[in-house]
Design a protein around this ligand. Structure first.
Ligand code: ZN
Length: 152
C-alpha cells in the first residue's frame, strides 16, 4: 500500500511539472519591475530571465522569459507562482529550501508544490535545470540584477 501511494504521488508530481512546463505561469516580462537576473545552464541550454517587482519588501509581481527543458521551465513557473505576494525574506527562504532539497539535505517537506521537483535528485544532470531559476532569484533579490551560470 505504501508503495502504491508513493507511485501515485510521483505521478501527480510528474503531471504538475508537465503542466507547468507546457503552460508556464507568469510567462513574460512584467510592465514594471525593480529586480531582474538572468540565469544560464550551458550543460542543458536552459536560459531564463527573471523579473520581480518589489515594493516595501514584498514581491508584488514576478515574471520570466526564456527557453529551456521542461524541468527548468516548470521550476521557473513554480517559482514565480510561489514568491508572488510574499516578502523578499520568504522568497529567499523558499530558494534556500529548494536548494537544500535539490542537494539532498532535506526532503522538501513544507515546500508545498515545490516538492514536486524533489524527484530530479535521482537525475544529477537535471538538478541544475531545477535550481537555475532559484539561483537567478537569489541574484535578483540580493544584487538587484545579475547574471548567474550553473557553470561559474
Ligand atoms: Zn535543463
Amino acid at each position: 500500500m505504501q508503495e502504491r501511494s508513493t507511485e501515485q504521488l510521483r505521478e501527480l508530481y510528474r503531471e504538475l511539472i508537465l503542466d507547468h512546463a507546457r503552460q508556464p505561469r507568469h510567462f513574460g516580462r512584467p510592465e514594471h519591475y525593480t529586480h531582474e537576473a538572468e540565469g544560464i545552464n550551458p550543460l542543458c541550454g536552459d536560459k531564463l530571465h527573471l523579473y520581480f517587482r518589489v515594493e516595501e519588501g514584498r514581491v508584488c509581481d514576478a515574471g520570466f522569459e526564456g527557453s529551456g527543458c521542461a524541468i527548468s521551465m516548470a521550476s521557473a513557473s513554480l517559482l514565480t507562482e510561489t514568491v508572488t505576494g510574499h516578502s523578499e525574506a520568504e522568497a529567499l527562504e523558499a530558494a534556500a529550501g529548494m536548494q537544500a532539497m535539490l542537494r539532498g539535505e532535506s526532503t522538501g517537506a513544507g515546500l508545498g508544490k515545490l516538492e514536486a521537483l524533489a524527484g530530479v535528485r535521482d537525475f544529477p544532470s537535471r538538478v541544475k535545470c531545477a535550481s537555475l531559476a532559484w539561483h537567478a532569484l537569489r541574484a535578483a533579490l540580493t544584487r538587484h540584477e545579475g547574471k548567474v551560470s550553473t557553470e561559474s
